[in-house]
Design a protein around this ligand. Structure first.
Ligand code: HEM
Length: 233
């Protein structure tokens, strides 16, 4: 008699390749919604009294949100066991870059009208612009090296070391926002708290791993310096 294999119940913990691909398509469409809404509002003349400001604010918000969502992938994966989440991370990071390009582009094209002298002066003189600019510049190499070919070319360790700069970029993003609001720091404070939790969890897990490695006996030392009884006494 042949053993029949019971059909596996679908589990959110173990999505198939097809399910993850479908999820990626859905994520792609959803991530484009904020940009689509801006384009729509632009053509409907519904961006308010100051359309440039509205676009700058919306694209800045979504850059920071996608940065934080990207940083939330690893903690979420660890806490839930949904390992497929990692396969969405690259797209989320690239959407952070996409919104950063729109944000920076709005500033260069619509706000400064390609006046490079004014841009340089702004970057040098206004601390929140300096910090935002630094965050943007640091994002570029991460976007450029996001392909599988670049991971292979750099090697896993170097690639990981480079991509750890995303923690600093997110901090710069929050500082940029905090610095530009004049009085009401509520929104940047919320972003700062979320970022603190995401980075804090990582630091805590790293410390736990370090302690576990410290307390584990080195493999070659197993049994050394101990009398192992061969015969029962
Ligand atoms: C990763 C990079 C960046 C992030 C995460 C970011 C994020 C933000 C956020 C969250 C806001 C506030 C949105 C709101 O009020 O709702 C903002 C505003 C702004 N950002 Fe950025 N930004 C970045 C890069 C830049 C760069 C490179 C520039 C220009 C060089 C820039 C210029 C501005 C300006 C001019 C504002 C509006 C300031 C105001 O209303 O007074 N940002 N950004």
């Amino acid at each position: 008699m042949t053993a029949t294999t019971a059909p596996r119940s679908p589990s959110i913990k173990a999505l198939s390749t097809r399910q993850v691909s479908a999820l990626k398509v859905l994520l792609f469409v959803v991530a484009l919604v904020p940009a689509g809404r801006l384009v729509l509002a632009f053509f409907q003349d519904a961006l308010g009294a100051n359309p440039i400001e509205a676009i700058t604010h919306a694209t800045g918000d979504w850059t920071l949100r996608f940065l934080l969502i990207t940083l939330a992938v690893t903690p979420l994966r660890k806490l839930t066991g949904w390992h497929w989440l990692i396969r969405l991370r690259r797209m989320l990071g690239l959407f952070a870059f996409f919104y950063a390009v729109l944000h920076f582009g709005t500033y260069i094209v619509l706000d400064q009208f390609f006046d490079w002298r004014a841009v340089v002066l702004d970057v040098l003189k206004r601390p929140y612009i300096t910090v935002g600019f630094a965050a943007f510049v640091l994002l570029v190499p991460l976007a450029v090296t996001s392909t599988n070919a670049m991971v292979r070319r750099l090697g896993g360790r170097r690639w990981q070391a480079l991509h750890r700069s995303v923690y600093g970029i997110a901090i710069l993003g929050v500082v940029h926002y905090w610095w530009l609001v004049k009085a009401d720091v509520f929104a940047p404070l919320i972003y700062a708290l979320i970022l603190a939790v995401l980075l804090g969890l990582r630091a805590w897990w790293r410390e736990q791993e370090r302690q576990r490695q410290r307390s584990a006996p080195p493999p070659q030392a197993k049994g050394q310096g101990r009398i192992i009884p061969i015969l029962p006494r």
